[in-house]
Design a protein around this ligand. Sequence first.
Ligand SMILES: C[S@@+](CC[C@H](N)C(=O)[O-])C[C@H]1O[C@@H](n2cnc3c(N)ncnc32)[C@H](O)[C@@H]1O
Length: 483
Amino acid sequence: MTKSWKKYILWFAQEHVEFRLAEINSLAKLFKLQLRILSSSNEELLRPFWTVELPDEESALKLASRSISLKCILEHWSDSNNFGDFHSSLKTYLKTNELSQQYFHKDLSFKITVETYNKHFSQKEKVQKIETFDYLPLKGDVNLKDPSVEWWYIEYYGLDPTKVPETPDAILFGRWIADGQRHLIKDLSLKKRKFIGNTSMDAQLSLLMANQALVQSGDIVLDPFVGTGSLLVSAAKFGGFVMGSDIDYMMVHAKCRPSRITQKTREADESIRANLKQYGCEKRYLDVLVSDFSNPIWRDSFKVNSIITDPPYGIREATEKICIKVSDKPDTRNEDSAHYPSTSHYSLQHLYLDLLTFSARHLVIGGRLVCWFPFHRDDYNDGMIPQHECLKLVSNSEQPLSGITSRRLLTYEKVEEYSEDAERSTKGEILEFRPRYFDSGLESRQERRTRRAQLREIGRLEAIKRGKVLDVKDGKYKKVIDE
Ligand SMILES: C[S@@+](CC[C@H](N)C(=O)[O-])C[C@H]1O[C@@H](n2cnc3c(N)ncnc32)[C@H](O)[C@@H]1O
């Protein structure tokens, strides 16, 4: 039982906003942390700053040690939506929280950084804001480069640059504790990866997927539509032993056409293993093999801790399965003839039902399936989401792909042992994505105009969420850079 709670400020990057609640809840589960999210309204969850309660600083450090959405975590010292209450609550904190005094030691250098979100302030105005903290019993030296203690003072002016309020919606003050793991987005960037293809998932999303899957050291992680193995990279980075399979021999063997415009032919040493080696994870590479998912090759006793995958949507890669064609003609082949198996269409409906059944069979109890699910926005309803009696859907977050198409990151947890008669279902029909995707080519001029306007609106809202403002000179949304 937790005796007391401490308040923290989670400061998120305004990117993939829909995914952060699922990530934080997953990490709380991974580290068995008790967590209370105090910023719980829909509007508050869209903000880059959340107030949460955790039992102690160790819990906060654990969250930061894995989170990709988090910029950093601050120990909460005060917050309010008006300056008067903000300062009196900070003074009360200083008086009632004896432990806070340890940070005002003469041997501890310090820094107070001012962040104003969605409103620009000059350096001079920022200094004036710092001066309002003259009641802080600061004793150490100022050190702007490498302070022993760093406080952040934040004024939050909403997300809409076209409606910036006079006074901030929230004023926050906290002590910096730790940064999140956003550096991994750059460290694992596809730009410098040895082997990539046009299906490789960007580092940020694949890291988020590994967190959703609760990958931890020693886990066995499988991607049954492994492609170029981009999802294995992030899982291995978090300690998973990774393996995969794919129907495409050329892809698995890195013999497919290069996707970098600067590259004409594949290098001899490109491979999924080489990618893992590049990031120091080669020891966690188990293997990848060529196999058709519709005809699973695995023994019943084969168990994995997580399945992380991006099944084919039929756009950049075919949704195919091997089939046997019986011909009336006499078979003229001999033992030495090459055999090219026939393929037939693998409908999304069957693919997702197979994926859920496979996961129900081969995941350990508590293990997770994390997969993408593409759809046309007009068709979507919650009933389309595939279900299986042994799997509980724990999160479902949307990522718009265009004005009309989207995909959802679905996370399931195995809650019951598999039995042959366990029910697998989709309440509605999963529609094929490919024809709906290309149908948009047949749209009328009016429809195209509407779609483009919708796209622009999505872009505008996304830019606002990321705290960008429209530059009238070139019509592009840009981040406001403080002086
Ligand atoms: C969206 S891509 C996955 C991309 C992958 N995450 C990567 O890092 O490149 C889907 C993959 O599914 C494979 N695929 C298509 N049909 C399949 C089947 N029946 N069995 C196994 N793999 C299949 C394709 O060859 C393709 O590589």
